[in-house]
Write a protein that binds this ligand. Sequence first.
Ligand code: PMP
Length: 343
Amino acid sequence: MSEVDKLVRKNVRELIPYSSARDEYEGDMGIFLDANENPYGTMNRYPDPHHKKLRNAISRFKNVPQENIFLGNGSDEVIDLCFRIFCNPGTDKALIMTPTYGMYEVAAAVNDVEVVRVPLDETFNISIPSVIPLLHDERLKLVFICSPNNPTGNSMESNDIELIINSFKGIVLIDEAYIDFSLHPSLSQKIMRYPNLIVMQTFSKALGMAAARIGIAFASSEIIKYFYRVKSPYNISALNQEKAFLKLAERGTIANQVRTILQERERLIDRLNKIVSVEKVFPSDANFVLVRVKDADLIYSRLLERGVIVRNRNRIIRNCLRITVGAPEENSKLLNELEKIDL
Ligand code: PMP
C-alpha cells in the first residue's frame, strides 16, 4: 500500500466506484444508446465526467500535467471531498488557522470531523510554535492553509508552509483561491515533490467565473484518482465546462482585469488610509482589503443604506470590514460614502 493509500479512509480505498455510461465507452463517435438520454435537443447528453477537454486546457494554462488536475463543483466541493476521502467521521480531526475561510469548519461539521483551531499570530501569519507540536496527533488528517488568506488578505510565508508539509504525515491543503492577485508564486509546482500536498485554485476569482462553479485541485495523480472515484459522476455541467474552456482562451483580458483590480486595490488602500473612521488598512495580496474601523456595525449599516454592500467581519475580527475591490466607479462610490460618514 502506498503512503497516499494509507492516508485514505478504508471504505474509500475499497470503494467500487460508480461506472457511468461515459466511463464504459469514452469515444465521441457512434450512435449513443447507452445512457438513457433523449436523442433530441442540444442539452440532451450527459457531460464528460472526466472533464478531459477542460483539464487539458487548464494543464496548458497552469503548466501542470492533466493527471495532476481534479475539477470540482467549486472549491467548496474539493474541500468537502477532502473530508470524505481522508477523515473518518467521529474520530479524525482537521486543523485550521483562524481567522480563515468559513467553509473549512462547515465542511468539517457536515462530515462530523473535529476542528483544531490555531489562531494566526498578530500579523496574521502562521504561528509555527503553536502548529508544529499539534501535527504529531495520529487523529489529525488534514491541515488547511489559506494563502492569500480570507478574510485577512495576506499570504503565508512559503518557508512556514513547507515546514508544515515536511513535518506532517497527513494531507496539507493550500487554498490559493486568491493567488492571481498575489506576488507570491503558486505552490502548484510542488505537488511533484510532496505526495501529501493538495493545492486548490478556482475559476471564481481572477478568472471571473464564480457562477460557473469550477474549483481546481492540483495533487499527485494518486490523490487525483481518489477525487474522481468519490465525486458524483457528472459534477460539472456541460455548459459550465464549455464556458470555462472558452475563458482560458482570454489570457490577455484576464491579465488586464487583474492589473486593473491591483491598481484599484492600491488606490483603495491609499484613500482608505486617509479616512477618519478608518483605523487600520491591512496589507493585501488578494482582491479585497480588510479594514479596521471605529464602529464596524454602524459603518456597515450606513453603507448598506447608501447601497454599498461590504462584508461585516466584526464578529470574527473586532471592528473589521472586508471590502472587495470592485470596478473603479464602484470603489469611488464606496470611498465617497465612507468619507461622508462622520462618527
Ligand atoms: N476558498 C476561499 C479562500 C474563498 O474565499 C472562497 C470563496 N469565497 C472559496 C475557496 C470558494 O471558492 P469556489 O467559488 O471555487 O467554491
